[in-house]
Design a protein around this ligand. Structure first.
Ligand SMILES: *[C@@H]1O[C@H](CO)[C@@H](O)[C@H](O)[C@H]1NC(C)=O
Ligand SMILES: *[C@@H]1O[C@H](CO)[C@@H](O)[C@H](O)[C@H]1NC(C)=O
Ligand SMILES: *[C@@H]1O[C@H](CO)[C@@H](O)[C@H](O)[C@H]1NC(C)=O
Ligand SMILES: *[C@@H]1O[C@H](CO)[C@@H](O)[C@H](O)[C@H]1NC(C)=O
Ligand SMILES: *[C@@H]1O[C@H](CO)[C@@H](O)[C@H](O)[C@H]1NC(C)=O
Ligand SMILES: *[C@@H]1O[C@H](CO)[C@@H](O)[C@H](O)[C@H]1NC(C)=O
Length: 343
């Protein structure tokens, strides 16, 4: 009994010890930098789950500053800083001596910097095992975090507050802002809707959660929570939760999860096994998505629906929209079947 307790405590001690060593390796000190080039060095999280660094855009000599799942062959990108403004080779990310994080090009022109950094003195940066990249002060308070500068993906442990938005990207390999947004509205609804670019004018939603209560505000949603077991919930002010996923997930011990507002407008949760089976890897598989039928839901009054103007929409076997041109029209951008079409 006493021996087993002792062994147990020893085990705990070893775990704590390992965590603290790992945490130090993740502490990126002031004056550190990364350079955009193929196969360049990246900053890894303590257990190596995520990495932060430069990724070359397919078929281009341009780079994204990104965070990706690093232990799987896909190296799936879950966050990107400069989607609308990819960086040429040789660009430099610096965590300066005075605590500024900046991405600059050859002629020292600024390409990207974090938005809304809280006031205070940045003491270090860290790539965490949750997928969050943070700038912290000496007390370990986060002055900026990638989890609060949202792109198209949320990860387990991440929370969206009222007013925060996800933006889809243009296509799988083009990280410019795309035509769809997800937002938790001030009345508590989680909504998905198309936008007009570049103005970002919002069209009618093609999905909305039933989590707004005009009579009792405490019964309205105020957070979208991707909890540590991998479930997405709208949390109401009174603490009640509305599950978005109506099924039991494979255990998060064995699977990586992400939920992405895809380029075709579906908000999709994906799972990926953490290890290979018999030497071969399977890729991400969709677990769940909303809405059920985007062609039906997003036939858009003012907007153009998921297919853009002059196209019509049908669903493939995976409930994904396929856009076909109306007779006499051709696609505006043949690489982007969702961009609408022209005469
Ligand atoms: C990271 O660096 C800061 C500043 O040097 C230090 O105060 C903090 O203890 C370090 N954190 C870890 C986990 O090593
Ligand atoms: C991505 O798409 C946008 C809009 O179609 C285009 O302006 C931009 O050049 C593309 N970016 C890259 C890196 O190809
Ligand atoms: C929305 O929720 C309310 C209260 O829970 C319920 O009465 C109503 O039927 C729901 N509406 C829809 C469209 O599901
Ligand atoms: C996550 O949410 C699900 C409901 O969607 C709940 O059953 C589960 O207990 C939650 N897990 C944690 C760790 O809060
Ligand atoms: C969950 O799924 C079951 C079976 O598909 C269905 O009967 C039930 O109504 C669903 N519940 C919710 C809250 O969507
Ligand atoms: C593992 O792979 C080998 C060779 O591809 C195959 O012969 C074998 O049946 C596989 N085993 C399992 C359990 O899938």
């Amino acid at each position: 009994m006493a021996l087993s307790l002792l062994l147990h405590l020893l085990g705990l001690f070893l775990v704590v010890e390992r965590l603290s060593i790992a945490a130090q390796t993740a502490n990126i000190s002031l004056g550190s930098s990364l350079t955009a080039s193929q196969g360049s060095f990246a900053w890894q999280s303590p257990f190596g789950t995520f990495a932060f660094g430069f990724r070359r855009i397919v078929d281009q000599d341009l780079f994204l500053l990104a965070i990706w799942y690093d232990k799987i062959p896909d190296k799936t990108i879950v966050w990107y800083a400069n989607g609308d403004n990819p960086a040429p080779k040789g660009s430099k990310l610096e965590l300066t001596a005075d605590g500024q994080l900046t991405l600059t090009g050859h002629r020292s022109q600024e390409i990207w910097k974090p938005q809304s950094v809280l006031s205070g003195r940045v003491a270090y940066a860290a790539m965490l095992d949750t997928g969050n990249f943070v700038l912290a002060n000496n007390n370990g308070d986060y002055l900026w975090q990638s989890f609060k500068e949202l792109k198209d993906t949320v990860l387990p442990t991440q929370v969206l507050e009222i007013g925060e938005k996800l933006n889809s990207r243009q296509t799988a390999n083009n990280f410019s802002q795309g035509s769809f947004q997800l937002q938790l509205k001030s009345d508590g609804r989680l909504v998905l809707y198309p936008i007009g670019l570049p103005t970002e004018v919002a069209y009618q939603p093609y999905y909305q959660s039933n989590t707004s209560d005009a009579v009792d505000e405490m019964n309205s949603g105020y957070q979208l929570s991707f909890n540590e077991s991998g479930y997405l919930n709208v949390v109401r002010r009174n603490g009640d939760i509305d599950k978005l996923i109506n099924k039991t997930l494979l255990p998060i011990r064995d699977y990586y999860y992400r939920a992405t507002l895809d380029s075709d407008g579906l908000f999709t949760q994906y799972a990926h096994p953490k290890s290979s089976k018999n030497g071969s890897w399977t890729s991400w598989s969709p677990v769940w998505s909303i809405p059920d039928n985007i062609c039906f839901e997003a036939n858009g009054d003012l907007g153009s629906g998921p297919c853009g103007y002059n196209s019509y929409c049908r669903l493939n076997a995976n409930r994904r929209p396929i856009c076909e041109c109306l007779p006499g029209f051709s696609s505006l951008d043949p690489n982007n079947k969702l961009s609408g079409s022209n005469e």
